[in-house]
Ligand binder design. Structure first.
Ligand SMILES: C[S@@+](CC[C@H](N)C(=O)[O-])C[C@H]1O[C@@H](n2cnc3c(N)ncnc32)[C@H](O)[C@@H]1O
Length: 404
């Protein structure tokens, strides 16, 4: 793939809309609504429940504004990436104790790795957690494997798992408890270097993906799947490639948080749930603004799940108490307040549905930038979709081999 052309085309589409995707809707409300074209809002307001659901899936019903359909069409085309759909079926024994998500990820990864790693003898997994990937790779491919994680408790669990599933102890897997950092680390750095060595990272949070890439410049093969982009630090972690620096987008912490929300295939129940959570959150935000104007942005935070199923008043009371705010408003007053702001909370929802359309494109921009960094380091690089988004939405994999 021509990463540079793809990045330039995406930048061209995204740049004009940066006031919309780079800022928080709620924190800037009501001024933030000004970034949304009037005809987009009028269209969104005209949607019924099914239309809202379709918008959340990136589809436009009826007669959408031309600028919106042109933009969504372009973003869909530019975020389309090839799939690796093969799977290496795990045995019943191998699946034991794994969630469906983890089993799916491992089956896809083993099938991806097999044909691409014939020259590999040794591998290291960065942020390897309990070592599921390491254990299965060691057993499937016969590699010597080091699984590095800073969480000693997770690794202890992994060691127990290992001895339970193969008590004879012939595994060629070693856990190393260490925090992987940029800069020299003589104990672990050699594990990332050598033509017969693979460096793997499955859901390396935030900047850990970049640390892996930089440490693996001497490896024969690198695989990285990122996640938690909201943990990246700007401008340190984006842009990281030369081409990326020539075409920078104005990412902000709010835009990074948006990239972690790309989740196109919600079920009806998940969508209804999201709407309810948003409705209570937004109404609470408006309540706090009106009754406690002296407070800066009041963060409602995550409430116990059951509170979103009940009346607004119970949710609001709970949040007010947790935040140490005056709770003298009666149940009837709180309920009446929620009803009185429904048109506004719907607008807030609609703005979120529109802004969410940018999430995947922004995620792809971050990964194109990483792909080009790997190319600049001399690797031949692929960027593929690997996991079914319903099971594992952060599903994009970077694969880099030494070009010979
Ligand atoms: C999202 S989890 C992924 C775990 C595992 N790869 C998986 O997919 O199940 C990220 C892991 O990275 C580890 N981690 C995060 N930052 C790290 C660092 N700087 N050095 C070592 N491990 C780190 C965490 O302890 C955690 O186990």
């Amino acid at each position: 793939m021509d990463f540079q052309a793809r990045l330039e085309a995406l930048t061209h589409q995204l740049q004009p809309w940066s006031p919309l995707w780079s800022r928080s809707i709620l924190q800037g409300w009501p001024e933030s609504v000004a970034s949304y074209p009037e005809d987009w809002l009028a269209y969104a307001r005209s949607l019924d429940e099914a239309g809202e659901r379709r918008l959340d899936q990136g589809a436009l019903v009826d007669t959408p504004p031309a600028s919106l359909s042109a933009l969504l069409g372009a973003l869909e085309e530019l975020t389309a990436l090839p799939w690796h759909e093969g799977r290496h079926p795990l045995t019943v024994m191998e699946r034991q104790g794994l969630s469906d998500k983890k089993a799916h990820e491992l089956e896809r990864m083993l099938s991806l790795l097999g044909p691409r790693t014939r020259a590999i003898q040794q591998a290291v997994d960065i942020g390897g957690g309990m070592g599921h990937l390491a254990r299965l790779c060691a057993r499937t491919f016969g590699w010597t494997f080091h699984s590095i994680d800073r969480d000693a408790a997770l690794q202890d669990k992994g060691r127990r798992w290992l001895t339970r599933t193969r008590p004879s102890g012939e595994d060629t897997l070693c856990f190393i408890q260490a925090s992987v950092e940029d800069g020299l680390q003589p104990r672990i750095d050699p594990l990332f270097s050598g033509q017969d060595r693979a460096s793997l990272g499955l859901h390396t949070c935030g900047p850990l993906a970049l640390t892996q890439i930089r440490k693996s410049q001497g490896a024969g093969f690198v695989l990285n799947i990122g996640c938690c982009y909201d943990k990246l630090e700007l401008p340190r972690d984006y842009p990281v490639s030369r081409v990326g620096r020539e075409h920078p987008l104005p990412f902000t912490p709010h835009a990074l948080a948006l990239t972690t929300r790309g989740r196109p295939r919600k079920t009806d129940a998940e969508f209804a749930r999201m709407k309810r959570v948003y409705a209570w959150r937004f109404a609470f935000h408006l309540l706090a603004k009106q009754h406690f104007p002296e407070q800066d942005f009041v963060r409602a935070g995550d409430a116990p799940k059951g509170l979103y199923d009940g009346p607004f008043a119970l949710y609001a009371r709970d949040r007010l108490e947790r935040l140490g705010l005056d709770t003298s408003l009666t149940v009837a007053q709180l309920e009446a307040f929620e009803v009185s702001v429904r048109a506004e909370t719907r607008d807030l929802l609609l703005c979120h549905l529109l802004r969410d359309r940018f999430a995947r494109a922004l995620e792809v921009v971050l990964l194109l930038d990483r792909a080009m960094l790997l190319e600049e380091l001399g690797f031949a690089v692929d960027l593929l979709q690997l996991f079914e988004p319903r099971l594992s939405p952060r599903n994009l994999v970077l694969i880099a081999s030494r070009s010979t």
